[in-house]
Design a protein around this ligand. Structure first.
Ligand SMILES: [Zn+2]
Length: 446
């Protein structure tokens, strides 16, 4: 039996069914689960003093491309729209190896952990030079984050009228075969799972209609989730109407891409009918506010989605289009963006934090995570509200209005990943050194 007692939490935002907020309490973690919440709790295990700390559920990231941490701020892609941006970066990504995949994933995962994230999904849709989904899973196990990797794919290359170079696309039968392999090897359907695999063709414009349909059939057969990019910007809508003769929502529905086991990234351009479709079908959305700003895609109708009952989580998106990977900063950004489009009362700091925690857990089908409640998994973020960012704040639980933007401590499945602002499960300085060396070599050969 392993126990950690988090003693004397200044304030706890539980995100439980009653939206309780607690002050001056202890939280006992036992064997990966929250065993008790109350005052004067005892343990024979380790004690962490949480005096001066705000405790929230660990944040959940529902969309990322971890490999892209190696291509942040690439000059030719800094100011391009989505399609031009992709065409600049594809040739660079074509040079990646398994080592690039593992080191970039460690970098992205560490960055997420420091911003309060305990669970993340990843969308890896290119596999050059022997790269495999396994490379990123190794990284997640090393650092100790809860991980939902998705087996992405592209199958329509330049010679077939697609965007990516032919060297980055795969045959559709091979894509499906490898999806089966990684599901069988890594997917854990059990409560408390640290790894769950999903199936995720990159987007409707980079694979065939048949692969979209077959991916949905495979996912249902295996009991895993489905993920892709949808309705990201105006170009995306125009492409759908020109190529498929319908809007993205209709295309998704026809191919089996709606339901509680599906979540789509972006959805910036969903119209009222599509929002209604997503609400009725329980289809989830990964909202990526900074990426949408960075690529000029627009402001997703998150207020309308939530009012209609659509499940919404947050995503940092790939680091080539953000270019940061700070999840709590995304939570602040969704709050600010909804206010830009709908007024200052459009979204509170607490609602944005709900989306960032329990909202994301719901999108990923994780009822066992996303709340500080007895019986839920012990995934917690501790924020130092005794520091400069919170000094003078009248409501220090309104984390997103003032700060801080980095955690003091982070626990995943009851295991400490960040302590006093430092990642303790990996040698982060060594990872940064390797990442910098790899990025420099890519820049020199570009
Ligand atoms: Zn993306």
């Amino acid at each position: 039996m392993t126990e950690i007692l988090i003693r004397n939490c200044a304030h706890v935002l539980t995100m439980d069914d009653e939206a309780r907020e607690l002050s001056g309490c202890d939280i006992l973690l036992r064997d990966g689960v929250i065993a008790a919440i109350g005052q004067g709790l005892q343990t024979t295990g380790e004690i962490v003093d949480a005096t001066g700390a705000l405790v929230t559920p660990g944040l959940v990231n529902t969309h990322h491309h971890l490999y892209q941490t190696l291509t942040r701020a690439v000059p030719g892609a800094q100011d391009a729209l989505l399609f031009g941006w992709l065409k600049t970066l594809y040739p660079i990504w074509a040079g990646f190896t398994p080592d690039h995949m593992r080191v970039s994933a460690l970098t992205g995962l560490a960055e997420l952990a420091l911003s309060g994230c305990t669970m993340t999904s990843d969308h890896l849709y290119l596999y050059p030079n022997g790269s495999r989904l396994d490379d990123t899973i190794d990284a997640a196990r090393e650092i100790g984050l809860r991980f939902h990797p998705t087996r992405g794919a592209m199958s329509i290359g330049e010679s077939a009228g697609g965007l990516p170079p032919d060297s980055l696309v795969e045959r559709e039968d091979e894509i499906l075969r490898d999806a089966v392999r990684v599901i069988d090897a890594f997917h854990d359907p059990a409560e408390g799972a640290m790894i769950r695999v999903g199936v995720a063709p990159c987007s409707p414009f980079s694979v065939s209609r048949e692969l979209m349909r077959d991916a949905a059939l495979l996912a249902r057969d295996k009991g895993v989730m489905l993920h892709t990019h949808l309705a990201e910007n105006d170009e995306d809508i125009a492409y759908s109407q020109a190529q498929f003769g319908c809007r993205p929502g209709q295309y998704a529905e026809e191919l089996g891409w709606t339901g509680a086991d599906v979540w789509h990234a972006h959805c910036v351009k969903l119209d009222a009918q599509e929002i209604d479709l997503f609400a009725r079908s329980r289809t989830g959305v990964a909202h990526c506010p900074c990426s949408n700003c960075r690529l000029g895609s627009g402001i997703a109708p998150v207020r309308a989605m939530r009012d209609a009952g659509v499940r919404v989580g947050l995503g940092v998106d790939g680091s080539a289009s953000n270019d940061a990977g700070n999840l709590v900063a995304e939570a602040r950004q969704v709050m600010l963006l909804q206010r830009v489009s709908r007024g200052a009362d459009a979204m509170s700091a607490r609602e944005a934090l709900y989306i960032a925690t329990r909202g994301g857990a719901e999108v990923l089908g994780r009822d066992d995570c996303g709340q500080v409640a007895v019986g839920k998994r012990a995934d917690l973020a501790l924020w130092d509200i005794g520091g400069i960012e919170s000094a003078g704040s009248w409501d220090r639980a309104a984390l997103l209005l003032a700060g801080p933007m980095q955690v003091r401590d982070l626990f995943v499945e009851g295991r400490q990943v960040v302590r006093d602002g430092h990642v303790v499960t990996i040698d982060l300085q060594d990872v940064i050194t390797q990442q910098t060396r790899l990025a420099r070599a890519l820049a020199e050969s570009a």
